[in-house]
Design a protein around this ligand. Structure first.
Ligand SMILES: [Fe+2]
Length: 387
């Protein structure tokens, strides 16, 4: 009843063409010398050139160096290399411009400039003692929420499992969210990132850590992402769809940062680590089985979730109304060409389930927020159901 609520967010600049503020924002943070970390798709789409023109504006006198990294699944080694470059070049502001993986590299590299050791030393909850050098985080996809969260996810090569650094000191200083930067994002990435955004609102909404502030934002983000993901997937040039998906994504990122994800994300880590499937794709294959499992403990919220997704649930008995939420989620996933089960994902080997269940169960940082208690055997049953 008397819940402690903490609410944290970076300074956010959201809107069409806000990328033109990037130089001014860098200047406000004390640049100087800026290291911009980005990836090949950003360069190819002309986004890098656009960002550089606003960073190097005549009156700003900002020096910029670009690190262009191909990191679909960032290894911790890339973070350490970027941090070393930043240290040697004495850069005072780090900018991440790209998809979630690039943004995580930029956030973590900044932290390694003021904290000793390597990324692996900071896996887990609140282990980064000091804030890094100032960061500006600029997403070019709508979904990960990395621009407003304290998380950075990496593939740990030793265990082949994705692991998270979750530390308030990783929260960016400034998030610049410009929907125009997502227009060139291809349909499969739009779909995968978009489902991630949807789940960053829906999963925390059903978790133990939900609170009235994040619930309000969750419901609006659920409504926006479920309404606009289809149009953004079908026509990338649909600016309304891009605008609302970016808005839904930043809102769900704020929810994620303040109430956290749970079971679906925990169960996705071992599968994604093993098959190297994109994050949103892996989540899609597991979410219906997970939500079905927790439905018994969150029926009233499932009804609200269904309503936010546009399902006509008024007057239905709660059991039927909450089942509509599962149908709506499955339909949303399938409508954008994503797998609604592990079998859809072309994974047929059930022999790995016992190991996955043990690994997912170790993600207590996430599972402690689950509304229904989960043993290793329970998680095993959910994996079986997800087939
Ligand atoms: Fe996610």
């Amino acid at each position: 009843m008397y819940q402690l609520i903490q609410f944290k967010t970076p300074s956010i600049l959201f809107g069409m063409d806000t990328i033109n503020q990037i130089g001014q924002e860098a200047k406000k943070l004390g640049a100087g010398r800026v290291l911009l970390v980005t990836g090949p798709r950003v360069k190819a789409a002309g986004i890098l050139e656009k960002a550089l023109s606003f960073l190097k504006g005549d009156s700003l006198s900002v020096e910029v160096a670009v690190e262009d990294r191909d990191t679909p699944e960032p290894a911790t080694t890339v973070v350490e290399e970027v941090a070393e470059i930043a240290r040697k070049g004495n850069f005072d502001v780090i900018i991440g411009l790209g998809g979630g993986s690039i943004l995580d590299v930029a956030k973590m590299a900044s932290a390694l400039l003021t904290n000793p050791g390597k990324t692996a030393d900071y896996f887990g909850k609140e282990k980064v003692p000091k804030r890094g050098k100032p960061t500006i985080i600029v997403p070019t996809t709508a979904g990960t929420g990395a621009e407003v969260t304290k998380h950075a996810i990496f593939l740990d090569r030793e265990s082949n499992v994705k692991k998270a650094v979750a530390s308030t000191n990783l929260l960016p200083d400034v998030a610049i969210v410009d929907p125009m930067l997502t227009v060139s994002c291809p349909p499969p990435v739009t779909a995968s990132a978009g489902i991630d955004a949807f789940l960053h609102a829906a999963e925390p909404f059903l978790s133990k850590m939900a609170n009235p502030i994040t619930d309000a934002m969750s419901l609006e983000a659920i409504s926006i992402t479920s309404r606009w993901l289809g149009p953004a997937f079908a026509d990338g040039q649909d600016l309304d769809a891009r605008y609302y998906m970016s808005l839904g994504s930043v809102m769900s990122g704020i929810v994620l940062n303040n109430s956290g994800t749970s079971l679906v994300h925990a169960m996705a880590y071992p599968v994604g680590g093993e098959y190297h499937t994109p994050h949103g794709v892996t989540l899609s294959a597991l979410v219906v089985a997970c939500f079905d499992y927790i439905r018994v403990s969150k029926q009233e919220k499932m009804v609200r979730l269904a309503r936010a997704m546009g399902e006509p649930v008024d007057g239905l008995p709660p059991r039927e109304a909450s089942a509509r939420a599962l149908d709506a989620v499955r339909h949303l996933i399938q409508s954008v060409g994503l797998p609604a089960s592990l079998r859809d994902l072309k994974i047929t080997d059930t022999g790995k389930i016992p190991r996955w269940a043990v690994e997912a169960h170790q993600e207590q940082r996430l599972l402690s927020r689950s509304p229904r208690n989960l043993s290793v055997e329970d998680i095993q049953k959910i994996y079986e159901k997800a087939f």
